[in-house]
Write a protein that binds this ligand. Structure first.
Ligand code: UDP
Length: 193
């Protein structure tokens, strides 16, 4: 079992701190993988080596809620909660980080299309979207990567539940997607409402 000290959960919680941290770190040459970790994700990273490796290779892990931030603080890693959906919205609204818009991957076809419509109505540039029910094989991932590269979004949001969404993000990363890529769990179900 790995020790909690290996997790790079950030010790800052305010959204503006996180946004400026991402601006300093993201170089547009490589993907910038953000995990918003809930207790189930942390547990999976501890017990599942394959997922643990992906978790550790993420560029930024923030504590999605008190279920992660409180134990971290007790362990000597002061951490504020940062709900994934709030960070996702802040990224899209940031003039620099969200400049070229967002591509949505995940949820059922009707859910992601409604989320795309609602975001567009709120002034967010949605470059494209696709549902999250596809096999994680070479051809599906290559098609997705090609579409993302053609549409050149600044942010790719993957809402397929953990650990699946982070496995997909890791594949996108390995195939040269160079955007901010954030796993957003059930966010499209919320945004489609
Ligand atoms: N989802 C998906 N592909 C899958 C499984 C789930 O796109 O193969 C979507 C699902 O429709 C939902 C989101 O992932 O919109 C989150 O799913 P779930 O609530 O099961 O995950 P959790 O939020 O509990 O991690």
């Amino acid at each position: 079992m790995r020790d909690l000290s290996h997790f790079n959960v950030t010790p800052f919680g305010s959204i503006s701190h996180i946004i400026s941290h991402i601006k300093k770190q993201h170089n547009n040459e490589n993907a910038y993988h953000i995990i918003t970790a809930n207790p189930e994700i942390v547990y999976e990273a501890i017990v599942n080596k394959e997922y643990g490796d992906i978790f550790h290779s993420a560029n930024l892990v923030v504590a999605d809620g008190i279920g992660v931030s409180a134990p971290l603080s007790w362990k000597g890693y002061p951490s504020e909660r940062m709900p994934g959906i709030e960070l996702f919205e802040a990224l899209m609204l940031d003039k620099e980080l969200g400049k070229n818009g967002v591509y949505l991957v995940g949820a059922k076809a009707e859910t992601v299309s409604k989320a795309a419509i609602n975001l567009s109505e709120d002034g967010i540039k949605v470059c494209g979207y696709r549902d999250g029910f596809f096999p994680l094989d070479e051809s599906s991932i290559s098609n997705l990567v090609q579409e993302i590269k053609e549409l050149t979004p600044s942010i790719v949001a993957v809402a397929m539940g953990a650990p699946r969404q982070d496995i997909v993000i890791n594949l996108l990363k390995s195939k040269g997607v160079n955007t901010i890529v954030i796993g957003v769990g059930g966010a499209f179900d919320v945004l489609s409402g």
